[in-house]
Design a protein around this ligand. Structure first.
Ligand code: ZN
Length: 465
């Protein structure tokens, strides 16, 4: 509830019987959680898998043709193990002709979501009204179990108004179900205006990408005492989150809890998130997940890191079987101590399979390693690392938005990179397979102009050069 006092300032008024609990683990919420769980969890995945395979074969032009090509009959897939008999479906299958995947009449489609295409051609995904409702409900349940409750004020700082990238409005629908006050501020506001809105509205839940949060934290410290703003929970998504960055942000925001979430448009935006225990990301109950070697495509033994492959069980508009996500992580063993969401959990996302790469003399590198290094350097608001090749040599260009003298920042970055990734120093100074690090300082806000929805921080152009 909002009330405006004589000064014109809006203040939240708590209803008489409402108690603001600082802890998200209060007994009432656990009871609510178990009610939620009862309606949320799917049982008998194998029966649902058989139905999903049969449905795809019957209704999807793409899969009807493929089953013929593969020489597999849908009846051959009886158990989760049998899934391995089916070839993968890839993002390029989807980009080639999304309509081939459409399994319902056009009139039954409520949303067509399109990936911004951070890699290659955009892909489209179709959803019926029922599917969107289920996805939104699942996301809302996950938020409730994480501690979102009526009386909270949620500020959504994800991109809005981009039909191809619906995460802002998707979160909004889920938050509507949680009964919170919603401030859809988007990511176009200046940092100052964003913080002002937090202050004015009494925002205690923030939703944004890690790179936006980084900017908000670095630049915001000049405008406000972030720790005093009263933000309790920050949920990030759409880009990998490193543990280092999480700790850094939590400290700056006065102990606000940062939660990681994960999703992809093809699977319906949001499919995994952390609970209040933060022991990995609970996956949506509507999926079967496999972990494969991104190069050979072989299934990996439990606990290994690899590419996640999804088979959604309840899709109607666009069934997908063994869809390669391109995202790297691993399945976690054992049960989460929350005991609220009995679904499989994944570790935080390490990056994209196609981003895992080799540098210099052949050290393999994940882009998130640079997050940990660069986000720790004071004065950096945002960064983008562009890799190119000059003959046999790798070239690293650090594009930086900074609020400190460039020469100082540059020296700090070189020192930090050399300290954390010693092979880079060796390859620059001794073996010469990496050229001296190059720096480009760009005006603040350049990256958000170049990358409206999310920033690709690691750009590998070595194959083009
Ligand atoms: Zn949990």
């Amino acid at each position: 509830m909002l009330a405006v006092d004589s000064s014109g300032r809006t203040d939240k008024v708590m209803s008489a019987n409402y108690q603001d609990r600082p802890s998200v683990r209060g007994p009432a919420w656990l009871r609510y959680g178990s009610r939620v769980r009862a309606g949320w969890t799917l049982f008998n995945h194998e029966r649902l898998l058989r139905q999903a395979v049969m449905y795809a074969w019957r209704h999807s032009p793409f899969y009807r043709d493929r089953f013929k090509e593969w020489g597999v009959s849908p009846e051959d897939i009886r158990t989760i193990k049998d899934l391995a008999r089916l070839p993968f479906t890839t993002a390029s299958d989807l980009a080639r002709d999304p309509r081939q995947f459409l399994a319902v009449p056009q009139a039954a489609v409520q949303y067509i979501w399109e990936t911004g295409g951070s890699t290659g051609r955009p892909k489209r995904a179709f959803f019926t009204r029922w599917e969107v409702r289920r996805l939104v409900l699942t996301a809302a349940y996950a938020m409730i179990l994480r501690g979102v409750k009526p009386g909270d004020t949620a500020q959504i700082c994800f991109a809005y108004g981009r039909p191809s990238w619906p995460i802002g409005s998707f979160l909004q629908s889920a938050l509507e179900m949680c009964g919170v006050l919603i401030i859809p501020s988007g990511n176009d506001l200046s940092v100052e205006a964003q913080l002002h809105t937090i202050q004015e509205m009494g925002t205690n839940l923030l939703f944004c990408t890690p790179s936006y949060l980084h900017r908000l934290t670095e630049e915001g410290q000049h405008y406000a005492d972030l720790a005093a703003l009263g933000v309790r929970m920050i949920t990030v998504g759409a880009e990998p989150l490193s543990e280092f960055f999480r700790n850094q942000v939590e400290e700056a925001w006065g102990g606000a809890a940062v939660f990681d979430s994960y999703g992809m448009i093809e699977m319906g935006n949001l499919i995994a998130g952390e609970c209040h225990r933060r022991q990995g990301l609970h996956l949506s109950p509507d999926l079967i997940v496999e972990v494969i070697d991104p190069v050979s495509g072989e299934l990996l033994p439990p606990n290994s890191r690899g590419e996640l492959v999804y088979t959604p069980l309840l899709r109607k508009a666009m069934p997908l079987l063994r869809y390669r996500s391109g995202d790297l992580s691993r399945l976690l063993s054992g049960k989460c101590s929350c005991r609220l969401m009995p679904t499989p959990r994944i570790d935080r996302i390490l990056g994209r399979a196609d981003d895992m790469t080799f540098l210099g003399t052949g050290e393999n590198i994940y882009p998130t390693q640079f997050d940990e290094i660069l986000f720790a350097v004071p004065g950096i608001l945002a960064y983008q690392l562009v890799l190119t090749k000059n003959g046999f040599r790798d070239h690293l260009l650090f594009r930086l938005e900074a609020n400190a003298p460039p020469a100082e920042v540059q020296a700090r970055v070189v020192a930090a990179v050399y300290a954390k990734l010693a092979f880079i120093r060796h390859d620059v100074e001794n073996s010469g397979v990496i050229e001296p690090l190059e720096f480009q300082f760009v005006p603040q806000g350049t990256f958000s102009k170049e990358n409206i929805v999310k920033l690709k921080r690691f750009v590998d152009r070595r194959k083009e050069s």
